[in-house]
Design a protein. Structure first.
Lengths: 289, 1020
């Protein structure tokens, strides 16, 4: 199967390993990713702070390119990119005037025909393939699935494919792979996002709450889909734990890493060794490696 | 025995009632007691509905089962009511007066003719599954009844979970059943009923908060729904009344209620208000504290909607006497503390600061919504639904559907509490009676009176029955010791105990024992005679014993409930109480009620909407009605109103109503008429009325009080000192007159609760929030640029009216809360009225320059109430009439034959006044439809030999039932007193006053009372 792919800025820089994992893992499931050409930043949360129109036109340009690409579906792993692109698509669908205004600027016009999917939607749609291809069981892995604040947070007229307040996408995939995901109170809570740059104290207090609940639940790792959540919880873990008197550490895996491991891929292949908090130890202990 | 009245009518004298909750039951009883046959169809295996699941009810704290089970038993033994459970309507054909209805009866697999309700099958059944009735907190068996007092008490087999049906093995129930009642071959049946009218009372579903996972229901074990909490509080529930949290069975200390779960939520749940949750959360908080004084309840809410009669007082009591904390903040998320199972709530304080607090348990106050099959249901009956899937009814026709002959009642019509449901139950019965009046009696069965056994020459043979009341009594009192003690008492022939003496099978056992052991006096040691005396008296009648040969010992309310911490002493006291009852029972004599002729006409006092509705309904049923009105016109307060909240023209309806009254041949309207004198009693009232100095006497069998209320003209906020300051009705007048100046207003301000909810008048006037919101929308419609502000304390747009609140906000009406502690200052100036106050939500002062200030003032009962005085009827501190029972008899008075409806009872909107008017008429017809009225047998009897005519008793009698007589005896004048037994209420004041043993009250003679006192002082 061939689908379009929008990595976004993070997956080409600080979360390059997520880009690599996504390609590898989906390839193994028979899905070829075709990165759309000449894509631009989606605007993330920054564009909207400056200008409403900017917040729509930035992802809209990518939509135009995607609609013109000839593919019927485009996967966007990054939560912010997914969210902004999907919202822009919905907005343009409802507002013909705005759509015309924006399309006037583009050579590749937005038609609204392409389906925008999250990484979880694609994995869930191919769960049978995954079960078929998997050769390692993730027994003993007790993750808390951390969705972050953007993946299921949309205006009420936009249908969301997962339960908004208690999403189950990652749990479903992980249970199929014999892991034991644990329910907890911070599934969709904010990690502080970009505030880790400009308001460290506030961001650290948010991250520490997430950490404490996960530890109190008896989890042995986090599993995430958002590159910024992963970065925050992983890269800053030593710092915020020290600040808040937390002794234990938990590795923060991308969902694609878990899937990759189940498909028999190795640490170097998936670049799990690039994480700040060591995950190798846990995986060796559980005989997953 | 059928009453073969040869009336040639095409209409059927029977009514189908779909749904056996309290609303359906009230309608059934009113109809059955008025000469109609009732066919009741109920989907579950037992009747009772939502009310049967509650522990206690607000605002009295009465036990819900105690109030509903006597009605259920009355229904089940009523000769004119046929109950079909596990039944559903499949199709309806025909027209009003003549419907053919097909009913599907699901198989019970137990033969109701043979089953004795002993319950051994349930005890022995090995298959356990989650109990729906106990809201998942415990298990039930595959063969079961909904609850111990279920009616019918025949068990039912859940085929999908029965081991025999699913796997072909077991049959343990059949093995143990001594009545051979298991019916494996039972099948689905279909029956056809021919009825004249159909009443729909299927109730509503409860919102399931599992779809709101952020609130934690279904995720965190210590988050429960309010209905689960009812079961937790209940002594017959999963924890026997001990308040524990499901997760670890610990006793919670801090318990939080989250209001409006599933309600007032346009986006994610239901947009309406469910009307009852503010009150039930308050009730649960207080009852929980009664069970465990360590509990600290906190209620998180948006608006406190306690608008009903005495409801605000209830909340004040909760705060002051019980320490219930009310926090105005809505909770959006419930987190769990992993190691403790506690729950963390975050909310904004009044000053905006965010607080995080940990609670041991969280209760979600869930709301109501239409059943999931609401659409199919409506199609079967051919009725229209509104956009929210409630049955469509009208502003002035609250119980009528879009299809003539088919009516609705209860919460199916819209979320409401029990008193309103009962009112509507009677109201809908009245409507059905109106339709089928000519067929009254044609299908009624006449009860064969069981001939009374003459016990005069028998020695007393007393049967004593001690009730466990589940754990209510048995949890504190040693029942077996009490039974043994009873057996040792003189004249006691038989002593036994029951799990629930009030259940139908207990009645059957009592009857059986009377017959087998030739018992002639019965003592039941259980709960209060107030709720259950009539129930047991009927059982005696059915067994052929005079019903006054019965005595009750209250070993629950007066013993186990108040001495639960002292089990040994309580058990001793119970023995004394039983001994008292037995001693008295030995001395009881049969008593007989006086029969009185029933004058089949009615007097309605007050010509407003409630009075007119009652009068019209009575007249349409063929009963001559006198309608007196003290002013020169009919219409009452409705003459001042513009539109109903649904937007219907009030004056048009009032005109139609008046026309209907004036053209009815059965109504005599007397305007400018006041009541001068009220004499007589039920069936035989004589009233003297005065019209412009001319008096006339009216004789009537029943009286309906509809004397209304008026708008308070305030002395605050400079009312009367500036033409720009109006009351709500004055604004309505401007709207009715299409006053042009309104649309040119720049700014209009409403102030709510003027004269309501204060120390002198601690009640809510119920209609003003809706009225203000409705008028604010009108103003915005006249001029969308107008600034409209509503200054409020709580917005009480209850039930479906919540939509108006949303509409107002969408149109730009601004709602600002004010504090009762901080005054609103009005400063009239040339350019406008300067209104200054402090907003507690904004934490700062607000200044509004208004062109018009509308004061939403209170509804006031009259200062002087001559009607109350003339009829000797009780009124509360606020001047509204006090009904016989707040929950179950909201239109009756303790005095027979007199009923109340409309604003005279309490503030209410038009649709409720109309419903209560219909309800009062229906209640009246249960008397008018009979040729006789019965007095009480508990009346005073003078003893001529002892009485010397001192007449002390005459002054003491509050009911003026005694008169002094003189007659000649042995050549001398002998004075004596005589009792008017119809007026006498048996209070005993005369007996207590008399120094000569010259008068006693039947059933409470000096000997009987002395025997009780001696028994009380016995060392047991």
């Amino acid at each position: 199967m061939e689908i379009a792919y929008y990595p976004g800025c993070s997956l080409h820089s600080s979360s390059a390993l997520y880009d690599l994992q996504t390609r590898l893992v989906l390839k193994k499931l028979g899905i070829n990713l075709n990165e759309i050409s000449d894509w631009n930043c989606c605007g993330a949360t920054s564009a909207g702070k400056i200008d409403d129109f900017l917040a729509v036109i930035m992802p809209a340009r990518n939509l135009g390119i995607a609609d013109a690409s000839g593919f019927s579906e485009m996967v966007i792993p990054c939560s912010a990119c997914y969210s902004k692109t999907l919202m822009a698509q919905k907005l343009l669908e409802n507002d013909q005037g705005l759509k015309n205004k924006i399309n006037a600027e583009f050579s590749k016009k937005v038609t609204g025909s392409i389906k925008i999917s999250s990484i979880l939607e694609v994995l869930l749609a191919n769960l049978n393939e995954l079960t078929g291809e998997a050769n390692k069981k993730l027994i003993g892995l007790k993750p808390v699935c951390y969705y972050g604040c953007m993946l299921t947070r949309f205006p009420y007229d936009l249908p969301v494919s997962d339960n908004v307040e208690n999403p189950q996408g990652m749990e479903t995939i992980l249970k199929t792979l014999d892991a034991n995901p644990i329910d907890w109170s911070y599934k969709t809570d904010c990690c502080g996002a970009s505030a880790s740059v400009n308001d460290e104290e506030m961001a650290f207090s948010l991250m520490s709450k997430i950490m404490q609940d996960a530890l109190a639940r008896g989890a042995n790792c986090f599993v995430v889909t958002c590159p910024l959540c992963q970065l925050n919880m992983d890269a800053y873990q030593d710092k915020f734990c020290e600040k808040h008197g937390i002794d234990k550490r938990l590795p923060v895996f991308f969902i694609t890493e878990c899937v990759g491991l189940a498909l028999g891929m190795g640490i170097k292949e998936l670049q799990i060794d690039r994480h700040f908090i060591d995950g190798e130890g846990l995986l060796k202990e559980l005989n997953i490696l | 025995m059928n009453n073969k009245l040869s009336i040639n009518t095409a209409k059927q004298g029977s009514v189908l009632i779909v749904g056996g909750g309290i609303g359906g039951m009230q309608a059934a009883l009113d109809l059955a007691n008025s000469g109609f046959n009732v066919q009741m169809v109920h989907k579950d295996s037992g009747i009772g509905g939502t009310m049967a699941m509650l522990d206690k009810t607000f605002p009295t704290g009465d036990c819900s089962m105690c109030m509903i089970s006597p009605k259920m038993v009355e229904l089940s033994r009523h000769i004119n009511i046929d109950m079909h459970t596990l039944a559903q309507v499949v199709s309806v054909e025909g027209k009003p007066g003549d419907f053919k209805v097909k009913i599907k009866l699901m198989p019970r697999y137990v033969d109701p003719e043979k089953c004795t309700g002993c319950g051994i099958c349930e005890e022995k059944c090995p298959k356990k599954l989650t109990s729906e009735y106990e809201q998942g907190l415990t298990v039930r068996k595959a063969i079961y009844s909904l609850f111990p007092q279920a009616l019918p008490n025949t068990r039912v087999i859940d085929r999908d979970n029965c081991i025999y049906f699913q796997k072909g093995k077991c049959k343990v129930c059949e093995k143990f059943c001594t009545a051979n009642a298991i019916l494996w071959e039972d099948t689905e049946k279909e029956i056809e009923l021919n009825v004249g009218a159909i009443i729909l009372s299927p109730g509503l579903e409860r919102y399931n908060p599992v779809i709101r996972p952020e609130l934690g229901f279904g995720r965190w074990p210590n988050v429960v729904t309010s209905i689960q909490f009812e079961r937790i509080l209940s002594a017959s529930g999963p924890y026997q009344g001990t308040v524990m949290r499901p997760g670890d069975k610990k006793h919670p200390k801090k318990v939080a209620w989250i209001q409006c779960v599933g309600s007032r939520d346009f986006n994610n749940a239901n947009p309406w208000c469910s009307s009852v949750c503010c009150m039930y959360a308050t009730k649960q908080a207080m009852i929980a504290k009664d069970h465990d004084p360590d509990i600290e309840p906190a209620i998180f809410y948006i608006d406190m909607r306690t608008f009903g009669k005495d409801f605000d007082k209830y909340v004040t009591r909760a705060q002051e006497d019980y320490g219930v904390r009310y926090q105005r903040a809505l909770i959006s998320m419930v987190r769990e503390e992993p190691d403790t199972g506690n729950l963390i709530l975050r909310y904004a304080e009044q000053d905006g600061k965010l607080s995080t607090e940990t609670f041991d348990m969280v209760v979600l106050s869930i709301g109501f919504q239409p059943h999931s099959d609401a659409v199919e249901f409506s199609k079967i009956f051919g009725i229209e639904l509104d956009k929210d899937l409630f049955a469509k009814t009208g502003s002035f026709t609250p119980v009528e559907t879009s299809r003539p002959g088919i009516y609705v009642t209860g919460i199916y019509q819209g979320p409401k509490d029990i008193p309103e449901t009962v009112m509507q139950g009677s109201a809908v019965a009245g409507k059905a009676m109106e339709l089928l009046n000519e067929a009254r009696g044609t299908k009624a069965r006449i009860k064969e009176i069981v001939p009374e056994r003459d016990v005069k020459n028998e020695d007393p043979r007393i049967g004593v029955f001690v009730c466990h009341c589940g754990f209510n009594i048995a949890g504190t009192i040693d029942i077996q010791a009490a039974v043994e003690h009873a057996k040792s008492l003189p004249n006691v022939t038989h002593a036994d105990d029951f799990l629930f003496a009030c259940s139908k099978d207990s009645q059957d056992k009592i009857k059986e024992m009377i017959e087998t052991d030739k018992l002639n006096r019965i003592v039941v040691a259980a709960c209060s005679p107030r709720t259950h005396e009539v129930l047991f008296q009927k059982t005696l009648q059915d067994a052929g014993i005079n019903k006054y040969l019965f005595e009750m010992a209250n070993i629950r309310n007066q013993c186990s409930w108040v001495h639960s911490a002292h089990k040994q002493d309580a058990s001793k006291k119970a023995k004394n109480l039983i001994q008292m009852a037995v001693s008295k029972a030995s001395l009881l004599e049969p008593l007989y009620e006086q029969e009185m002729a029933m004058n089949r006409s009615a007097l309605v006092i007050g010509g407003g909407l409630a009075g007119m509705t009652a009068a019209k309904n009575l007249a349409d049923q063929g009963y001559h009605t006198y309608l007196i009105e003290k002013t020169s016109a009919l219409g009452g307060q409705a003459l001042h109103l513009y539109k109903t909240w649904q937007g219907d023209d009030v004056s048009k309806y009032v005109a139609e109503c008046i026309h209907g009254i004036n053209s009815s041949p059965n109504i005599d309207v007397l305007l400018n008429t006041r009541l001068k004198k009220a004499d007589g009693f039920v069936g035989n009232f004589q009233s003297i009325v005065e019209t412009k100095d001319k008096e006339q006497q009216i004789e009537h069998g029943v009286t309906i009080i509809a004397t209304g209320a008026t708008e308070y003209k305030p002395d605050q906020y400079l009312y009367g000192k500036d033409p720009r300051i109006l009351t709500a009705l004055e604004l309505d007048r401007k709207l009715i007159d299409k006053d042009d100046s309104l649309k040119d207003m720049n700014t209009a301000v409403f102030i709510q609760c003027v004269g309501s909810r204060n120390n002198e008048n601690p009640y809510c006037s119920k209609v003003c929030c809706t009225h203000a919101v409705q008028n604010a929308i009108e103003l915005k419609t006249l001029n969308s640029k107008m600034f409209v502000f509503i200054l409020y304390r709580d917005i009480r747009t209850f039930g479906r009216r919540e939509e108006l609140y949303r509409e107002a906000r969408e149109k730009g009406v601004i709602f600002i809360r004010y504090d009762v502690d901080n005054e609103i200052n009005i400063n009239p100036g040339k350019t406008g009225l300067e209104i200054n106050f402090i907003s507690p939500d904004l934490q700062q002062g607000v200044k509004i320059n208004a062109n018009m200030l509308v004061l939403s003032t209170a509804m006031r009962a009259p200062q002087e109430n001559p009607i109350a005085q003339l009829f000797k009827l009780p009124i509360n501190k606020e001047g509204f009439f006090i009904e016989a029972h707040v929950k179950l008899r909201p239109m009756d008075f303790s005095a027979a034959g007199i009923f109340v409806c409309g604003l005279a009872h309490s503030p209410k909107p038009i649709d409720e006044s109309i419903a209560q008017g219909l309800g009062a008429a229906s209640r009246a017809v249960t008397l008018l439809s009979k040729k006789k009225a019965f007095g009480s047998a508990i009346v005073s009897k003078p003893v001529d030999e002892n009485c010397d005519g001192c007449a002390f008793c005459i002054d003491t009698c509050p009911f003026k039932a005694l008169t002094l007589l003189e007659y000649m005896r042995n050549g001398e004048v002998k004075k004596t007193v005589e009792t008017n037994e119809a007026l006498c209420e048996g209070c005993g004041s005369c007996m207590a006053t008399c120094p000569k043993l010259g008068i006693f009250v039947s059933g409470f003679t000096i000997d009987q009372l002395n025997a009780q006192v001696e028994a009380a002082l016995e060392i047991v």
